[in-house]
Design a protein around this ligand. Structure first.
Ligand SMILES: Cc1cc2nc3c(=O)[nH]c(=O)nc-3n(C[C@H](O)[C@H](O)[C@H](O)COP(=O)(O)OP(=O)(O)OC[C@H]3O[C@@H](n4cnc5c(N)ncnc54)[C@H](O)[C@@H]3O)c2cc1C
Length: 228
């Protein structure tokens, strides 16, 4: 016994591993119990028959410098200022009956391309882009755990995310399938539906696209995966 107090953590996903790092930094002894053969939880990926299979994670939320998540990733050693990212300039491409549209990270470029593809949807397209722009404010507060938040923290978050209120009001209660029907073009309807199952709420699409468009969902290069 070295006299240090011990923290026992159940689960070696990214949350458990992060908690472990912070506990070590505070001088605790740490033991993490993971039920699977490898740690990582939902972040685990593996190679099989020449393919890489990502369990969940497609990009890392929190890659934008200056955000609290970025500082957290730096503190636990997941990112550094030298981290290189895959060069990706679009969220995804949708195709319908031989025609395609792209959700570029450059929102102006997307707006132009979508209006060219479906001029009759111009009003709805402009609204979509505007609300993706608002959704860039949806940044995870990570400076301290929610249990330690006080009134001031909630007020600060409310101010920082003032436009997210508009997003939730407009898109927080309708499903992706319902939202798609606001567009006249079958191609744009497909584009709205291509990201998530139709029953998901529409704001999930907007927030995910905003994360990519804002440079807060990059793909760090050089991660290792488990072979099977
Ligand atoms: C489909 C999907 C896609 C996603 N895509 C992205 C993305 O692109 N970008 C992004 O940033 N985030 C993404 N996420 C979110 C991200 O993957 C998760 O938020 C994060 O990995 C959760 O980490 P966690 O440690 O909280 O939980 P988990 O990763 O679930 O870790 C929990 C761990 O605890 C272990 N465990 C559970 N019970 C026990 C027990 N009794 N004893 C021992 N061990 C136990 C589990 O085996 C697991 O390893 C995605 C999530 C999903 C589901």
């Amino acid at each position: 016994m070295n006299g240090k107090e011990k923290v026992v953590i159940i689960g070696g996903g990214v949350a458990g591993l992060t908690a472990g790092i912070y506990a070590l930094k505070q001088g605790f002894e740490v033991e993490i119990y993971e039920k699977n053969a490898t740690p990582g939880g939902e972040c685990t990926g593996w190679n099989r028959k020449g393919y890489h299979i990502d369990n969940c994670i497609h990009w890392l939320t929190g890659t934008k410098k200056g955000t609290q998540m970025y500082d957290l990733w730096k503190e636990v050693g997941a990112l550094s200022d030298d981290t290189e990212y895959a060069k990706i300039d679009a969220f995804y491409i949708s195709t319908h009956e031989g025609k395609s549209v792209t959700l570029w990270n450059d929102l102006k470029r997307t707006e132009k391309e979508l209006i060219e593809a479906s001029p009759e949807d111009e009003e709805e397209i402009k609204k979509f882009i505007q609300y993706v722009e608002y959704s860039k404010q949806c940044l995870f507060p990570a400076a301290k755990p929610a249990e330690m938040w006080g009134v001031k923290d909630y007020i600060a978050m409310g101010k920082d995310m003032a436009d997210m209120h508009k997003v939730m009001k407009e898109f927080g209660k309708i499903s992706i399938s319902e939202y798609a029907m606001r567009f006249k073009s079958p191609l744009l309807r497909k584009m709205i539906c291509d990201y998530l199952p139709g029953e998901y709420t529409a704001y999930s699409l907007l927030v995910s696209y905003a994360t990519m468009a804002d440079g807060n969902g990059n793909i760090p290069m050089g991660a290792r995966s488990n072979q099977t």
